[in-house]
Design a protein around this ligand. Structure first.
Ligand code: SF4
Ligand code: SF4
Length: 130
């Protein structure tokens, strides 16, 4: 098992610095891999990354919500979405995303597709053989 970065990730980057086994990678190219990803073969499930995420985007794989209920105002960031997001990461560097949607209060989304997205980045994508 491993931890998973879901589409609530807005590329803040804070999780990368705390991972003891350096298994978190920014998706690249961003147009194809919009979030950051955890290598499921390397993650030791220590949980250190979870509290670092300002968007609460990281879950143990078994706990990724299929029915995530938004408080309102959160963004999801995944392929196929077309909304724009502008913000800053944990170093104050600009983050621009064009694959987002802002959620309304009470809106329910399935985040479990992120489990495959994390695995695919490392088995088929540019994370392979990193
Ligand atoms: S801290 Fe959260 S938003 Fe930032 S890269 Fe990690 S998972 Fe994504
Ligand atoms: S749970 Fe631990 S090992 Fe896994 S990605 Fe997070 S910090 Fe890294």
């Amino acid at each position: 098992m491993a931890h998973v970065i879901t589409s609530l990730c807005l590329r803040d980057g804070g999780c990368v610095d705390v991972c003891p086994v350096e298994c978190i990678t920014p998706g690249n190219p961003q147009e194809s891999y919009p979030t950051f990803y955890i290598d499921p073969d390397t993650c030791i499930d220590c949980g250190a990354c979870v509290p670092e995420c300002p968007y609460n985007a990281i879950f143990p794989a078994d706990d990724v919500p299929a029915n995530f209920k938004a408080r309102g105002g959160e963004f999801v960031n995944e392929l196929g979405l077309t909304g724009n997001y502008s913000g800053t990461d944990h170093n104050g560097k600009a983050v621009q995303l064009s694959s987002t949607k802002q959620l309304a209060a009470g809106e329910v989304v399935d985040l479990t597709g992120s489990i495959k997205a994390n695995a695919d980045f490392y088995t088929k994508g540019p994370g392979y053989g990193k």
